[in-house]
Design a binder for this molecule. Sequence first.
Ligand SMILES: Nc1ncnc2c1ncn2[C@@H]1O[C@H](COP(=O)(O)OP(=O)(O)OP(=O)(O)O)[C@@H](O)[C@H]1O
Ligand SMILES: [Mg+2]
Length: 149
Amino acid sequence: MSVYNGILVAADGSDPSKRAVERAARLAAHEETPLYILNVIRDMQFPESLKRMAEVERLVGSRSDLLHYVADKILGDAEKGARKQKAKTIHTRTAEGDPATRIVEQADADKADLIVIGTRGLGGVAGALLGSVSRKVSNLADQDVLIVR
Ligand SMILES: Nc1ncnc2c1ncn2[C@@H]1O[C@H](COP(=O)(O)OP(=O)(O)OP(=O)(O)O)[C@@H](O)[C@H]1O
Ligand SMILES: [Mg+2]
């Protein structure tokens, strides 16, 4: 019997979040439990490489198109990474607003009882050990929280 009913991993396209996705996917595969991958859309918080790709593909229509395009890219990459770890049941999600609040709300909505996040994300204030989203999620969540180092 699996320990968790569902695992939600928060993906922002950063390297730490990629490690979180990998870990979450391996757990999901091992536990045979559904994996939910969530990206919370936030203005101007996405990887430079993906920003450039969007420009190259001339998808810079409305601002909201660009933000959704990048979110879809992040989720597509994360899903691919998760499949490599043999996770079988994968659902991708997008939300908008405060990342930590949305992450916890989505875990509630999907009845995921483990939340997996990276220590840091795209922000990266030098010196800080934990990002503000990681800190806030671990404060807010009723679920278990796994912070991947
Ligand atoms: N917009 C987001 N959507 C989904 N997950 C996110 C988002 N932002 C952060 N996360 C999750 O939280 C983890 C920690 O990121 P966090 O944002 O706390 O660190 P940071 O960007 O380095 O610092 P800060 O945002 O405080 O400047 C990420 O690895 C990712 O798992
Ligand atoms: Mg951040």
